[in-house]
Design a protein around this ligand. Structure first.
Ligand SMILES: [Zn+2]
Length: 172
């Protein structure tokens, strides 16, 4: 029966090697991810592929910055009627919770209504989802919408690593 034990040992060894290779591949991939996390809780909010420029004529100021390793990303400064100011970066979509109610008053994007967006994990207000004023799922699709996120409420993953970062796998 000895050969059977050897065979089992070999199988276990092979599986162990395979697991190590997969773990190595995953950790390498993680290093090369360019993602924004919620500054408060570390939830993944958006990646560099979701960055997209939506220029508003109502921005108080606008400039370019290198974000997530992407050069010349457009940042816009907006002011709301309460005189609060926000540095906003726009994305096609993001991992955010958009609240139901849409408002067209005081919109920074004429023709678009806005919905409050919060972090799906810690509920911090992160920004706004913009959609055509007459948006409905019959005549429009999600491609007609975009999100503006407050830059100061995000943190790049590489910075997050050294400050406070709880990997998703450790969260309940
Ligand atoms: Zn959060």
């Amino acid at each position: 029966m000895a050969w059977k034990v050897d065979y089992k040992c070999q199988q276990v060894f092979r599986i162990a090697v395979l697991i190590q290779l997969v773990a190595l591949a995953l950790s390498n991939e993680k290093e090369h991810q360019n993602e924004f996390l919620c500054r408060r809780c570390g939830e993944t909010i958006a990646n560099h592929q979701q960055l997209s420029h939506y220029t508003s004529p109502l921005a108080v100021d606008t400039w370019n910055a290198t974000l997530l390793g992407v050069p010349r990303v457009n940042v816009q400064l907006f002011e709301n009627p309460q005189k609060q100011r926000f540095n906003v970066v726009t994305f096609t979509t993001a991992n955010i919770h958009a609240h139901e109610e849409a408002y067209s008053e005081a919109s920074w994007y004429p023709g678009n209504a806005w919905r409050i967006c919060t972090c799906p994990q810690c509920k911090t207000h992160l920004g706004w989802k913009f959609q055509p004023v007459n948006f409905n799922h019959v005549t429009h699709s999600e491609e007609d919408t975009f999100v503006g996120i407050i830059l100061d409420r995000l943190i790049e993953e590489k910075q997050g690593d050294s400050i406070l970062y709880v990997p998703n796998s450790y969260k309940s």
